[in-house]
Ligand binder design. Structure first.
Ligand SMILES: [Zn+2]
Length: 87
């Protein structure tokens, strides 16, 4: 499965650290990792986990070869912040 969402071209992902480790979600979509984290943050999930194997692959765009773990963590934090806005 390859991600075709427009978040592949989100320039914010250029700021993520590079990560080429094959054990760390290499070639997975950082945008999808971010969204997964965001949802957990919005729900204020107290237990976090991410299964890289469930994320779509990314073949192009700004998030290529970036850390999906950092993207997930960023998404979680932004989700937490967003959860304060809706309450
Ligand atoms: Zn994606």
């Amino acid at each position: 499965m390859i991600c075709n969402k427009p978040h592949r071209y989100n320039q914010d992902f250029e700021l993520l650290p590079d990560d080429q480790s094959k054990f760390n979600g290499r070639h997975k979509c950082v945008g999808c990792a971010y969204e997964r984290g965001f949802e957990l943050g919005l729900a204020r999930a107290q237990t976090l986990s991410i299964d890289y194997s469930t994320l779509p692959d990314s073949q192009a765009g700004a998030g290529r070869h970036k850390s999906v773990q950092a993207a997930f963590a960023d998404g979680y934090r932004q989700g937490i912040l967003a959860s304060y806005d809706v309450s």
